[in-house]
Design a protein around this ligand. Sequence first.
Ligand SMILES: Cc1cc2nc3c(=O)[nH]c(=O)nc-3n(C[C@H](O)[C@H](O)[C@H](O)COP(=O)(O)OP(=O)(O)OC[C@H]3O[C@@H](n4cnc5c(N)ncnc54)[C@H](O)[C@@H]3O)c2cc1C
Length: 431
Amino acid sequence: MNILHWFRNDLRLDDHRVLSALPADTSTLLCVVVLDDRWDAVHRLNFPRIGPYRKSFVLQSLRTLHSDLSARGNQLLVVRGSPGEVICSLATAHNIDLVTFEREPTSEEMDHEADVVRRCTSMGIKVASYDERTMIHVEDLPFPLHDLPSVFTSFRTSVERSLTIRNPRPACTALPRPPESLYDESQHSFDLVDLSAEFIQYADYQTPGIDVLPLDRLFDYTFGRQLAASYKETRNGLLGTDYSTRFSPYLSVGSLSPRRIYHTIRDFEHNVIANTSTYWIIFELLWRDFFRFRASIMGRRLFLSGGERGTRTSWKHDHQLFDKWKFGRTGQPFIDANMNELRQTGWMSNRGRQNVASYLTKTLGIDWRWGASWFESQLVDYDCPSNWGNWQYVAGVGADPREHRVFSLERQAAMYDPQGEYVLRWGERWG
Ligand SMILES: Cc1cc2nc3c(=O)[nH]c(=O)nc-3n(C[C@H](O)[C@H](O)[C@H](O)COP(=O)(O)OP(=O)(O)OC[C@H]3O[C@@H](n4cnc5c(N)ncnc54)[C@H](O)[C@@H]3O)c2cc1C
């Protein structure tokens, strides 16, 4: 059997549903990534949909995957184009019997999936897809997905009663070769991406703290420097790269499996220490699952002004105010420092994200979707369900009725930046 795996946000070999358990009769394996039109798209608010820090990180992750595949006798083909056209044409050109991919819960991604399935099945090519992105497998939820609680605490207490997290599968040690026809020049009508050349353009855009391999970061954070043992005390930090796990960029491209994180934390608890910090890392990962599951129920409501609840709010669409926020020129030192850090590194702490989102929506009254779009462009760890779900939550249009918190900036800055060190580091001179 000839298999084509369409890599999306599953850029890893460890705990990989398809590659860790290929059917015994697999003769060739074609591994493909498609950079679709969003890669170079400009948002209607006139900024790139994918900013340089995110691009740099995605390219770096693709290079790592390519070298991991090469070490096992395969390789990664990176092609520009529409996923439906590229995948189906490649499958036809290389006599593929089965196309595999991991499903996403959000609308643009689902449109791509539907196109791939439609085109391939019309050519008689089988397609198999999987739900692997959450820590809890959707089939292990203690309720049907359509009964998912709309409030996080109800979700958490319900799943915690019988938390089942599947064991991660070890990475394969060898892989079947790509089809021979791949090396036939006449087959190359595709817009192939030269990863090294593409990466050079963004090589200067490195986000601090994520320059190591995902499993190395996981090991370092747990058994290595044992930072996991004090996560609960440090997680609201603002300066440095170790106050929180920084797993999110890896999770966003799938170079780290949430199940691998879960079981490593459990091992750490058995062998080193189990405390509220170790519990809290899993607790935060449940937030990630919650937003993913909710996104699959919400469909396009994830992106509508009234959010999940259909709340009627007359948001402002003031470009000048929005630009001041984007470029760290609101005159509010704590907000400006956070916005500068984001623009200059692709990173902002969770504390910062909550404050700047609350300021944009509750104080300036600007459409939360503008803020979510700017985050989508700038964040190195952009993840569609987490980003848009958190923005709905902070803007008060999500399903949780208790979302009407307004942050007091003075109080937040006094609590989390009492000496003003963060504002000094990322304040005016970066604006
Ligand atoms: C307005 C806003 C936008 C956000 N956009 C994103 C985004 O695009 N991508 C993203 O991954 N996270 C997003 N978050 C959630 C959170 O801020 C980040 O996951 C976290 O800061 C990443 O740092 P970390 O990996 O060190 O997290 P840690 O504090 O170490 O937490 C461990 C993991 O738990 C998960 N997690 C923690 N908090 C949340 C949360 N509130 N929602 C969902 N998952 C969570 C993440 O996967 C994270 O890697 C957003 C939060 C807000 C308020």
